[in-house]
Design a protein around this ligand. Structure first.
Ligand code: MBD
Ligand code: FE
Length: 286
């Protein structure tokens, strides 16, 4: 077995789910603390009412109710609530949140963002292993405002899965910051980052989310994607993903996060790698 095969074998849903749950509890729970109680009342009442409607419409039995109860418990035991919510719910939250955005399209963050990745200059290479598998990709572009001004010193945080579909800090045996970096654009907002072209990503099949998918005959795949978070002083942060034209599952993402504006069309370059350009337009901070 290669090292990569060993890692893939050891990358259990429970391990990556536990890491994703811990990551969420560390970074994100503070943002939920000030939710208005009257609004919680409305949302909880309507959500519970929607469940009641489904039970009546489909005449749900006690056996089915207990199967649901067991499955919900196992999602928590596997640490897969971040995965479940980001795959099947987040895209609608993002749609609502970004409706008034005038600049570049965003899409879902997903469960695998880690703040504080190593900084790179505007022309740099993402941290990777000497033998990192995959086609080299030169990804370049410019960050501007909606009024067309270059945003000097904009920051481009990037994270992606390796060629086995594994994210550093969520699967074992991968260097801490592998394929994660924070690129500082130049005085004209330009950047040129070397990375590898990612492979399609399969959400863990051995956990509760995977069992649901297998039981009902859906598929567990996301198209190959780069994750990005683009920020600049005075501007709204942009969380997005970029996909690859003609790639598998671009038309059928399990997480429903692809938008036509987010599909790159990389061209082959002399050294056997690929090159793609994408310009980011940031809205003013609200
Ligand atoms: C991912 O890599 C991802 O981007 C999302 C949204 C959900 C699960 C895994
Ligand atoms: Fe991802």
């Amino acid at each position: 077995m290669t090292d990569a095969t060993v890692n893939a074998t050891a990358a259990t849903a429970a391990a990556s789910g536990a890491s994703a749950t811990e990551r969420f509890l560390t970074d994100k729970t503070g943002t939920a603390a000030d939710t208005d109680i009257a609004r919680v009342n409305v949302l909880a009442t309507e959500l519970i009412g929607a469940v009641h409607d489904v039970i009546r419409r489909h005449q749900v039995t006690y056996e089915e109710y207990n199967a649901l109860k067991a499955w919900l418990i196992s999602v928590g035991q596997d640490g897969e609530w971040p995965l479940f919510l980001d795959v099947w719910v987040e895209h609608v939250v993002e749609e609502v949140a970004s409706a008034a955005r005038k600049g570049s399209k965003g899409t879902i963050e997903g469960p695998y963002y880690v703040p504080g990745a190593p900084e790179l200059p505007n022309t740099g290479t993402l941290p990777m292993r000497p033998d990192e598998a995959g086609t080299p990709l030169l990804f370049q572009g410019q960050v501007t405002s909606t009024s067309g001004e270059p945003l000097a010193g904009a920051r481009l945080e990037m994270w992606q899965a390796d060629d086995d579909g594994l994210y550093s800090q969520f699967a074992p045996g991968i260097p801490e910051w592998n394929l994660r970096g924070s690129v500082i654009a130049d005085d004209e907002g330009r950047f040129a980052v070397t990375t590898i072209q990612p492979a399609p990503y399969q959400i863990p099949t051995d956990g509760s989310c995977g069992r649901l998918i297998a039981a009902v005959g859906w598929h567990a795949w996301r198209p190959a994607h780069l994750h990005l978070r683009v920020t600049a002083p005075g501007h709204a942060a942009l969380t997005t993903q970029l996909y690859f034209k003609g790639g598998e599952y671009v038309q059928d993402d399990v997480a429903r996060a692809v938008k036509p504006e987010l599909v790159l069309d990389p061209k082959p370059v002399a050294d056997g790698g690929h090159q793609a350009t994408y310009d980011f337009v940031l809205d003013p901070a609200s």
